[in-house]
Design a protein around this ligand. Structure first.
Ligand SMILES: C[S@@+](CC[C@H](N)C(=O)[O-])C[C@H]1O[C@@H](n2cnc3c(N)ncnc32)[C@H](O)[C@@H]1O
Length: 224
């Protein structure tokens, strides 16, 4: 069964002196995720926001492979923001910007997105393992912001476990869903049909679904 982490650094995994946190799932999922993102990002340039970056490890991994893309990691949690910045400093890559403090329940995300100090016209938004460990309004704000900030050919990539037509795709996801809802009744594995409705309401549509290891999916949304 998938595990969920609300705050990294409290699960007994080592914490570096500079604040870099380590997510167990990152080591399992970053290569399969990259294989999907790479197909879209290859040969392109522009800005990509990662929503709910957690430790910050994914952005470092992806930025090393995409010198023409500027990565903007983000999170709401202060400890995670410190870890993201520590990973950024440790990597020393010119194409990773300091983390934005984005609260995804806010459809405008954060002031930097509209005061000129942040990115505009995003090539992509990437969000892994966030919307099932958060209230539905986080998904609403994620889609609203993506619709507002994505450029014409941009994509919103959502990685995680999802239901299809109201049904779990695996028993392990059903068990995981129960454990999420026991922790917080507002959390839970989301149904693709509900996400498609959310997307439609803001002018986006599901353009690609990719099966991923461990009963996860990658959903890609673009402009309708
Ligand atoms: C399970 S972690 C996933 C982290 C990372 N994407 C990964 O795959 O390792 C969920 C992340 O969502 C963030 N998060 C939760 N609620 C949020 C909100 N309202 N706005 C932005 N981020 C939020 C948490 O702080 C946490 O970093």
């Amino acid at each position: 069964m998938a595990e969920f982490v609300v705050e990294f650094g409290k699960d007994g995994r080592p914490v570096e002196a500079d604040g870099r946190l380590d997510a167990a799932a990152f080591h399992r999922n970053h290569e399969p995720i990259w294989a999907v993102l790479e197909k879209f990002l290859a040969g392109k340039s522009g800005d990509v926001v990662e929503a709910g970056s957690g430790t910050g490890q994914h952005v470092v991994h992806f930025a090393t492979r995409t010198p023409d893309i500027t990565w903007w990691p983000s999170d709401l949690n202060e400890r995670h923001l410190k870890s993201i910045e520590a990973w950024r400093t440790h990597a020393g890559l010119p194409n990773i910007r300091p983390p934005l403090q984005i609260d995804l329940t806010d459809p405008a995300w954060c002031p930097e997105m509209h005061d000129g100090s942040g990115p505009t016209e995003l090539l992509a938004v990437f969000c892994a393992n966030v919307i099932h460990i958060a209230p539905w309004r986080v998904a609403e704000g994620l889609f609203a912001g993506a619709a507002r900030y994505l450029r014409g050919d941009g994509r919103l990539f959502l990685y995680g476990p999802f239901k299809r037509e109201g049904k779990h795709t695996a028993l392990s996801n059903a068990v995981f869903d129960t454990s999420l809802r026991e922790q917080d009744p507002e959390w839970g594995v989301r149904d693709i049909a509900d996400l498609e409705k959310l997307a439609k309401a803001v002018g986006l549509a599901l353009v690609e679904t990719t099966d991923m290891p461990a009963n996860n999916l990658m959903l890609a949304f673009g402009r309708r």
